[in-house]
Design a protein around this ligand. Structure first.
Ligand SMILES: Nc1ncnc2c1ncn2[C@@H]1O[C@H](COP(=O)(O)OP(=O)(O)OP(=O)(O)O)[C@@H](O)[C@H]1O
Length: 224
């Protein structure tokens, strides 16, 4: 599903991602942990084609993402990848349902198709009664669930999440963890998560630890 080979990203003399290779299977939930500055976010951004590498390749569903033109890459990102960040980045002037429908509309589908899909997803994340609320009228945990629904909008191959619970209290963080596991089980959704949260890392099928731009350990610790 995701094949990373010899990925390198340098900032000045520093190799922030230093020759990383890894394979992620369909339906896998992978957590990446490591100290601040280890290169986790940079690696995730490269895998999501939000940044370009100085060397190496990323293939998602067989597509060489850095071999695509800028326009095709943006389309690929919108249709094949879902992103969840620490701060939800919802559009404040739009309702929850409109925020979730947005990637569907951007992909060229009709207004109604977008709204139907968004309604279904908001119900899936437990927000079926909150669809007409604007982000400011939702709690932090609810806003993050809207962002997760939005990430799912186009049935992406992979959801990439960078500190998705970093801004949440422990109860809301746990709700988001459980939601990821439910989505993995119900939809076979593939997830790559960068997190400092040991509870979230422990729920993953596979836990990769980064240090100084490299993956230094790997464990399969779900249920341990
Ligand atoms: N655009 C940039 N220009 C220069 N240096 C950068 C840039 N982006 C990241 N870095 C540096 O790369 C290193 C790794 O950053 P990165 O954000 O990937 O780490 P991280 O493991 O995600 O850390 P954290 O857990 O604190 O988010 C850091 O030393 C950071 O300062």
């Amino acid at each position: 599903m995701v094949t990373v080979r010899n990925l390198v990203r340098r900032f000045g003399a520093l190799s922030v991602v230093n020759d990383v290779s890894l394979d992620i299977a369909k339906g896998e939930l992978v957590a990446i942990t490591g100290a601040s500055g280890a290169g986790k976010s940079t690696l995730l951004h490269l895998m999501g084609a939000l940044d370009s590498p100085d060397g190496g390749t990323v293939r998602i569903n067989g597509v060489d993402v850095f071999g695509l033109s800028a326009k095709k890459q943006a389309k690929f990102r919108n249709e094949q990848l879902g992103f969840v960040f620490q701060f939800h980045h919802l559009l404040p002037e739009f309702t929850a349902i409109e925020n979730v429908a947005m990637p569907v509309w951007i992909a060229g589908k009709s207004r109604q198709e977008g709204l139907d899909r968004a309604q279904e997803l908001l119900e899936l994340v437990g927000l079926g009664a909150r669809t007409k609320h604007k982000p400011s009228a939702l709690s932090g945990g609810e806003q993050q669930r809207v962002a997760i629904a939005r990430a799912l909008a186009n049935k992406p191959a992979v959801i990439m999440a960078d500190e998705p619970t970093g801004n949440l209290d422990s109860a809301n963080a746990e709700a988001v963890h459980n939601l990821f596991v439910d989505l993995q089980r119900q939809l076979g959704q593939t997830f790559i998560l960068v997190t400092h949260n040991t509870g979230l890392a422990a729920m993953a099928d596979r836990h990769l630890e980064m240090r100084d731009g490299r993956i230094v350990s790997e464990s399969r610790d779900r249920g341990a």
